[in-house]
Write a protein that binds this ligand. Structure first.
Ligand SMILES: [Zn+2]
Length: 195
């Protein structure tokens, strides 16, 4: 019996480890964007070979999803200086940590970081083996970009555990591109309903 319990724990731990990609952002509860009427985002070209038009398409979809959830409006900018949110590919340290973010608030420029040690999938229908879904992680990081903290529930977008899993060949089981009622409630609590 005890052997079976041990085996069960081992299998459970294996499952979590193999799909548990995390984000280590720490966002204060008081974090807010500077101006909800116009949150400017900038796509930093460094650290990635993903073409601009593909990044723009994916990130814009994720921003639109948050815009439909709460009263906050986004606009792309081609100027990094003065942007409220910078989306950037660079190194993130920590085992299985694939993304992080700084918090909004003075000096009012948030950096959302996608780990360059990962392979990012921009094609969820035929993702490269071992890749992570860029759209799913972008949706999560943009939540931080508007000052949302992690929610302790692996089923929601703003979870820090099992943020999104790696794709195996030919499968796409780990896409999280829809906000849950808990995610929406967190955004509405800060900014009010979509306007
Ligand atoms: Zn996070």
């Amino acid at each position: 019996m005890s052997y079976l319990v041990f085996l069960g724990f081992f299998l459970l731990a294996s499952i979590i480890t193999s799909s548990g990609q995390t984000c280590n952002a720490v966002i204060p509860a008081t974090a807010r964007v500077r101006d909800v009427r116009r949150v400017k985002f900038y796509l930093d070209p460094s650290g990635t070979t993903i073409p601009f038009y593909i990044r723009k398409r994916i990130f814009t979809k994720a921003f639109d999803t948050w815009e439909r959830a709460a009263c906050v409006k986004f606009a792309i900018t081609s100027v990094k200086k003065g942007a409220d949110i910078v989306l950037q590919f660079s190194s993130v340290t920590g085992a299985n940590v694939v993304a992080t973010a700084t918090a909004p608030g003075p000096p009012f420029q948030v950096t959302l970081i996608f780990d360059i040690g990962e392979t990012w999938s921009t094609t969820p229908h035929s993702p490269p083996t071992g890749s992570l879904d860029l759209h799913s992680v972008a949706l999560h990081l943009i939540g931080h970009g508007i000052g949302l903290e992690h929610i302790i529930n692996p089923a929601v977008v703003m979870t820090n555990t099992i943020l999104v899993g790696r794709f195996s060949t030919g499968t796409s089981p780990f896409i999280k591109t829809t906000l849950t009622t808990e995610d929406i409630a967190a955004a509405v609590a800060k900014y009010g309903p979509a306007c």
